[in-house]
Design a protein around this ligand. Sequence first.
Ligand SMILES: [Zn+2]
Length: 264
Amino acid sequence: MVELLAGKKFAVLTGAGVSTDSGIPDYRGPDSPPRTPMTYQQFVSDEGFRRHYWARNHVGWRHMRTTVPNAGHRALAELEERGIVLGVITQNVDLLHERAGSKRVIDLHGHYNEVKCLNCGTLFTRAQVHERLDALNPRFTADVGDVEIAPDADAVIAATESFVIADCPVCGGMLKPNIVYFGENVPKERVHAAFELVDAGQALLVAGTSLTVMSGLRFVRHAHREGMPVGIVNRGTTRGDPLAAVKVDGGASETLVALTRSLG
Ligand SMILES: [Zn+2]
């Protein structure tokens, strides 16, 4: 990997495996239980589902806020500071790259800290919505026992039937975390910016993702098609492996830290 990347500038594509060392489980990792992702259609068409989602999100959000970047996030911020990494394209919604000090970050799937009204388009911070949810559900979180952190700020809780959802304070419309769900497309301008970032480099580094979804895999295919070498660091196989010049089967954090020692 060092041979591949030495002397080059490159963009980095990251996924859940970069955040596992921060305590956010990777539901697609080799040791993970199977999980059915929620779809956009489920969210907008089923009120019970939506109530359940928001209840879990209400609990999970506070954990997300206290989660801190790990050595892998810091390594990428350092490589950017040194002019080696051009920027990070992440499939994660946890904002940990930003909090680690990375300057150029494209949150491909959005991030947990923004909520959008599907009717009037107004954007709210998750903190604003939290205040309203807290007021509507004064005793809710006190009743929750077993909590687990998930990549999309979910927390696993049982009873959510009594949960009251907040609607848009501007128009009364439906609020949705401004995150790209299954069944939704990444906004075009964001995809465009990500391709530009990849194209600005002389290689592409992929870290901590099995590239299960096309929103990430397409950058690897693009780089390969353009004759740009691709390096992949991930525990377990990825859909991009056949296109990789180098594959390191290992943890993202330790590999990225090792790269900061060996590059430039
Ligand atoms: Zn609205």
